[in-house]
Design a protein around this ligand. Structure first.
Ligand code: G16
Length: 547
């Protein structure tokens, strides 16, 4: 690195010292922890994003400042690669190393080694587009990021407050602008226009869907859903709740997709207004997860999670591919994680190839790319559908022989426009669900009855050091702490239909325990007994027993 560049990095890095005694890790969705310790990380991520862009010949790289479903006091940051996908995994380790350099001098030495080893040509341009969610800590962290961009001489494009999926969309739209693969206009207007135009085509000549209640988690999804409603006009009406984005402490608090999934309850603010049979859904703090729900005729809560969305959507796409006469040449597959409800896996595997991978969008996304059409959803509501470049070409060139085939192909093409193929997107997924329900003339109850979920329970355990937990087999088995898996196995064997696994979270400082059984009380008991094993084994924090 030139003396001038080193001096620029040094001067700015000194303003963002690393807190001592803090170990950062680029985890499931980037860096994520208490916002108050993240200043140095944001500065260094700015430098790294610039280097990533230089390495890729000046392609636009994205940076999203968000902690998504985490509590308001947390924040985080992740990098987005040129096609809108997650940062290439080999760079995650570099991000972790750079973030942990204890001083400016150590940071600069680590940078020099990295630039040399990764053969980064520093004379190349660097371009970075960045955005944040509504957290109060966002602006200060973005300013640290901007210092990092300045230090490495990157050109920054500031988007301001927006959703994670919109940032991913923008990265791809900017990088494909003017090419045969152009993804859409590189603006938020371009995003809303693309989605809503496709939606309008897909539901034209169908009955207007009944209004949908949306729990916006008091986050950025409130802004985005409001704009989406304007673009949708009379086609579909959205009723927005939990839109208090400036109320301190409101974000994700007793609301949002993660709350609904983990507590299997309605957000309390909705329980007074939702009517039996009415569909509702929850977004999370950065609007990349979606959870549907409704009350049945007896007022009983029914949750329609990522697994139910995958089942609905995958079956619909298979039907369209068949109706188009393309079932011999376009194969649809599904990707899930260990959290997928056993009943959903059974339902899907009877119809389609299904693969199980580790938690984290990056794992699901890459696995889904191996199918002609890859449907991936995590049970927590995070997912999308990918159409391979070959499939897109086939759809574009196809000559249907009947009007029915022609309609089915048209629907498939419109779906490729409706679905945000860069990453899971709550708003795009919501429109997708509504399209399928409209086409099938399903209400929420018909959708819910595709299969019956096995009772399940998810609990968190706070332990002294979650990094001692190591897993294999798509996180379904533990190899460390040694001996713990055997104890879990013998416990699971005592429960009818029992299944349980333990894994360290990559976004929160906890270990997660999942359990399933044929009877609800048994699923709960199994989860708490496995959590107890984890706790006893590792000497968890006494103030934080499993919950
Ligand atoms: C992120 C990831 C998801 C993952 C979730 C929980 O979601 O993007 O793929 O399922 O974290 O991960 P973990 O169990 O490792 O904490 P989000 O919506 O929080 O960005």
């Amino acid at each position: 690195m030139s003396g001038l560049l080193v001096a620029s990095i040094k001067e700015l890095s000194d303003r963002h010292p690393k807190p001592s005694d803090f170990k950062f890790t680029y985890g499931t969705a980037g860096f994520r922890t208490l916002a108050s310790v993240l200043d140095s990380v944001l500065f260094r991520v700015g430098v790294l994003a610039g280097l990533r862009s230089k390495k890729l010949d000046g392609k636009m790289i994205g940076v999203m400042v968000t902690a998504s479903h985490n509590p308001e006091q947390d924040n985080g940051v992740k990098l987005v690669d040129p096609r809108g996908e997650m940062l290439e995994s080999s760079w995650e380790g570099h991000a972790t190393t750079l973030s942990n350099a204890s001083s400016t001098d150590e940071f600069i030495s680590a940078l020099e080694a990295f630039v040399r080893d990764a053969k980064i040509d520093l004379s190349k341009p660097a371009r970075v587009v960045y955005a944040m969610d509504t957290r109060p800590s966002g602006p200060a962290l973005v300013s640290a990021l901007e210092d990092g961009l300045r230090a490495i001489g990157a050109d920054g494009r500031k988007v301001g407050v927006t959703t994670t999926p919109i940032l991913h969309y923008l990265v791809r739209a900017i990088n494909t602008k003017g090419t045969a693969e152009a993804y859409g206009d590189d603006s938020e207007d371009g995003y809303y226009t693309k989605l809503t135009n496709a939606f309008k085509k897909l539901v034209s000549a169908k009955p207007t869907p009944s209004p949908l209640l949306i729990d916006c988690a008091n986050g950025v999804g409130a802004n985005a859903a409001k704009k989406l409603a304007e673009y949708l006009g009379d086609t579909f009406s959205l009723v927005l709740e939990n839109t208090s984005i400036t109320t301190p402490g409101a974000l994700n608090n007793a609301c949002g997709a993660d709350f609904v999934k983990t507590t299997q309850k309605l957000p309390s603010s909705l329980s007074k207004i939702i009517k039996p049979g009415q569909r509702g859904c929850s977004l999370d703090g950065d609007a990349d997860r979606l959870m549907y729900f409704l009350l049945d005729d007896h007022g009983q809560f029914r949750m329609l999670d990522g697994d139910k969305i995958a089942a609905l959507v995958a079956a619909f796409i298979v039907e369209l591919v068949k109706a188009a006469g393309l079932d011999e040449s376009i194969k649809v597959g599904v990707v899930q994680t260990a959290y997928a409800n056993g009943a959903s896996t059974k339902y899907l595997a009877e119809r389609l190839p299904v693969k199980c991978v580790s938690t984290g969008v990056k794992h699901l996304h890459h696995a889904a790319e191996h199918y002609d059409v890859g449907v991936y959803f995590e049970a927590n509501g995070h997912g999308t559908v990918l159409f391979s470049p070959d499939t897109l070409a086939k759809l574009a060139d196809y000559q249907p022989s009947t009007p029915a085939q022609s309609t089915a192909v048209e629907h498939l093409v419109n779906l490729t426009q409706l679905i945000n193929q860069t990453v899971g997107d709550a708003l795009s997924d919501m429109l997708l669900v509504e399209v399928v329900l409209t086409h099938k003339a399903y209400g929420g109850l018909e959708w819910d009855s595709l299969y019956v979920d096995l009772p399940n329970r998810l609990v968190k355990v706070v332990v002294a050091d979650r990094h001692i937990f190591k897993t294999v087999d798509a996180e379904r088995r533990l190899t460390s702490p040694v001996g713990l898996q055997d104890k879990i196995d013998s416990l699971v064997g005592k429960y009818e239909g029992g299944r349980s696994f333990v894994r360290p979270s990559g976004t929160e400082d906890v270990v997660r325990v999942y359990a399933e059984a044929v009877v609800k009380a048994q699923a709960d008991e199994l989860a708490f007994r496995v959590a107890g094993l984890v706790y006893d084994e590792t000497g968890g924090d006494p103030a934080a027993r499993p919950k």
